[in-house]
Write a protein that binds this ligand. Sequence first.
Ligand SMILES: O=P(O)(O)OP(=O)(O)OP(=O)(O)OC[C@H]1O[C@@H](n2cnc3c(O)ncnc32)[C@H](O)[C@@H]1O
Ligand SMILES: [Mg+2]
Length: 182
Amino acid sequence: MSPFNVEKEITVMKIIIGSKNPAKINAVKKSFSGQVAEFISVDIPSGVNEQPFSDEETIKGAINRAVGALTQGNGDIGIGLEGGVQETSHGLLLCNWGALASNEMEPIIAGGARFLLPEEVAARLRAGEELGPVMDDYAKRQNVRKHEGAVGIFTNGRINRVEMFTHLMNLLVGQFTYQRER
Ligand SMILES: O=P(O)(O)OP(=O)(O)OP(=O)(O)OC[C@H]1O[C@@H](n2cnc3c(O)ncnc32)[C@H](O)[C@@H]1O
Ligand SMILES: [Mg+2]
């Protein structure tokens, strides 16, 4: 056979995102830019409360979504990103956690930016409301969670939700490639 006819097999990495939220999807795509990858987004239940109320619960939600995405989407990598809050002696912190699941190793986790929510917002969450609708009401905007996010509002637009999740995603993908190359 002529060497020019040798077929090259290009492997496309199949990445399943466990959410339909565009802020999350865009962040995942950015963190894999430059790689041959196919992205599929599936609504995967987090298996925890709609508004997780601790790091522990938020991490669990992220892992459940990542593992669920990997299995349901039959992919190479499953991604779960989850927003939550954590009570502290300083007030209520907004927290974000991400998980990357693969068939090669245990799920990898990483945390995103944290900052205190204003007492007015925190009180509503403690009373049982969800941050998404509370933020829309507070900022007098629609679908804050799909756009700039609470982080965008409270940092005066310096860091939006996509940037925050992209940083988190880089922590995940970086750890994944490091562990795979060892
Ligand atoms: O569709 P999904 O993937 O569920 O995306 P979501 O926006 O609901 O995000 P999470 O479930 O991860 O977040 C849990 C809750 O916190 C809210 N939330 C988290 N981060 C937020 C942010 O930056 N801005 C607004 N709402 C946020 C969110 O709307 C939910 O009520
Ligand atoms: Mg949600």
